[in-house]
Ligand binder design. Structure first.
Ligand code: XMP
Length: 509
């Protein structure tokens, strides 16, 4: 494995992802991590990330002694490079001005290490203020740019540094450079495939839970589905999944989950029909946050009731992903990860008496999808667009009633049918309908109508933090509009939401 030491760069995740794309497992650790925890990963190489600090800042993150003492190859990137030079006794100085963006790297003719296979001049992406003035010991410069006399260095075996960012797309040869480090220099074989992940994880789950019973809240979303499949592969009938139909699901969703997981894949699935409970609790509720809270609380009650019937279960499986883990990671909770992990299943309370099993804890979303395919999950589960826990309730402006849920479900089904028909479903982050509480006047035939306006929302995003509205073709919008107004009585107007996030949010509530 390759361990990526995080000095706070916005690109740290990206480094780990790139290494994994080379089929080598990599994990991110904080700069303050101890060798005791790092050695569990069994690293063959260390990458020091960039970061916003200057090595002379008070409290600037430092290179831990284990990085120097471990004896394995170290690649410093940007701040990581400067901190390494500083630690090894060289000199780093504040640059006259920040260098940001494109630069051309001239490669020394004799580098057969990091820059092996590359020659002449290659475009690279810079982002730094300080620069290396003098290299310590037997380190030598193997690449420079117009502004940076030392943009790449090595001692030929143990120490490597790059002032630019090989992990970003703007450095087109970045992957060959990282591959040189990981494969040639560190000797990693590149056998971290979805298939091997499944084999290893199945073994680990079997060791972890033994002959105990495990329960899993299955929503039909990608994460809980893949987690459930891994558990099923590992422990078969010791796993019981609970699927709660809260009445806030999309058209056909509850049937699809039962069909896929119970009938086709053979999982032990308890279907809990809680439609009435949720709809009754939501009567008269119009405030978005109260809706969320009400739904969250009711979910806990329903889940506790269902889990209570399985009183011999002492493990709870969750589909927690790596980005959530990195967010909450500190050196202290690394060693005791289980205790501090947040339950992500609709906010289950901490005092439920379960130990957690989280087989996806070290995976990014796209890796979860590959594992899902490897496990034989159908593509319509693996490539499903995200759907919020509170479901259609936060897409109905105003009170949630059975009638309005049915209206929205029909509108939403038409949107998804047409988006699929246009071959756009997988390329869109989320696409859905919103039922507004505005009624407007229309005319159908010779009659005046007075019905609800339905809004269509389609956005693209990488991580839901920011989003842009999708430029849907007019023909697709026209088809959606015509079908909704004709097929859904009670809705007589369709509008398209052209707000990005920020300033809008993806959901309307
Ligand atoms: P917003 O509307 O905040 O949504 O831009 C960002 C992403 O989060 C989803 N979302 C939720 N998911 N419970 C969830 O599980 C919620 O209460 C919730 N609210 C928003 C939303 O669908 C989008 O993907």
């Amino acid at each position: 494995a390759i361990v990526v030491v995080d000095f706070g760069s916005q690109y740290t995740h990206l480094i780990a992802r790139r290494i994994r794309e080379l089929r080598v497992y990599s994990e991110i650790v904080p700069a303050t991590a101890s060798w005791e925890t790092v050695q569990l990963i069994n690293p063959r190489g260390i990458i020091l990330s960039g970061g916003p600090a200057s090595v002379y800042d008070v409290g600037a993150p430092e290179i831990a002694d284990w990085i120097i003492d471990s004896g394995i190859p170290v690649l410093g990137i940007c701040y990581g490079m400067q901190a390494l030079v500083h630690k090894l006794g060289g000199e780093v100085v504040a640059g006259d001005q920040r260098e940001y963006g494109h630069a051309d790297l001239s490669i020394a003719a004799d580098d057969d290490g990091l820059l092996s296979g590359l020659s002449g001049s290659i475009p690279v992406w810079m982002s730094h203020g300080d620069k290396v003035e003098r290299l310590p010991g037997n380190l030598r410069t193997v690449g420079h740019t117009n502004n940076t006399s030392c943009a790449a260095f090595t001692d030929g075996e143990r120490w490597f540094g790059l002032q630019f960012h090989p992990e970003v797309q703007h450095t087109p040869d970045g992957m060959s450079i990282l591959a040189n480090f990981v494969k040639k220099i560190c000797g990693c074989p590149g056998n971290w495939t979805p298939g091997n992940f499944v084999t290893d994880t199945v073994k680990r789950i079997q060791e972890q839970v033994g002959s105990d019973r495990v329960i899993c809240a299955l929503s039909g979303g990608v994460d809980s589905s893949v987690a459930a499949m891994l558990l099923h592969r590992a422990i078969g009938s010791q796993l019981t999944c609970i699927f709660v139909n809260n009445g806030l699901l999309r058209h056909g969703e509850a049937e699809q989950v039962q069909e896929t997981f119970h009938r086709n894949l053979g999982l032990d699935l308890r279907y809990v029909d809680a439609e009435d409970r949720f709809v009754n609790r939501l009567a008269g509720v119009t405030d978005p946050e109260v809706k969320r809270k009400t739904i969250g609380e009711e979910f806990i009650r329903v889940f506790e009731d269902a889990a209570g019937e399985l009183d011999d279960a002492n493990w709870l499986a969750q589909g927690t992903l790596y980005p959530d883990v990195i967010e909450s990671e500190t050196p202290e909770n690394r060693t005791s990860a289980r205790i501090k992990t947040h339950h992500n299943v609709g906010g289950l309370p901490e005092d439920m008496n379960f130990e957690l099993v989280e087989p996806l804890r070290y995976l990014f979303k796209d890796e979860v999808r590959s594992v899902g395919l490897e496990l034989g999950l159908p593509e319509d589960i693996v490539y499903r667009q995200p759907f919020p826990g509170p479901g259609l309730a936060i897409r109905i402006i105003g009170e949630v009633t059975r009638e309005r849920l049915d209206l929205l479900r029909d509108c939403d089904r038409i949107v998804l049918e047409e988006i699929r028909q246009a071959g756009m479903y997988r390329d869109i982050w989320q696409s859905f309908a919103v039922l507004t509480d505005n009624r407007t006047v229309g005319v159908m035939g010779d009659y005046r109508t007075y019905g609800y306006a339905c809004a269509i929302r389609a956005v693209n995003s990488d991580d839901a933090m920011t989003a842009d509205w999708v430029r849907l073709p007019y023909e697709v919008l026209a088809e959606i509009s015509t079908r909704i107004v004709n097929e859904v009585p009670g809705v007589n107007r369709v509008v398209y939401d052209i707000t990005s996030k920020p300033p809008g949010t993806i959901e309307w509530e």
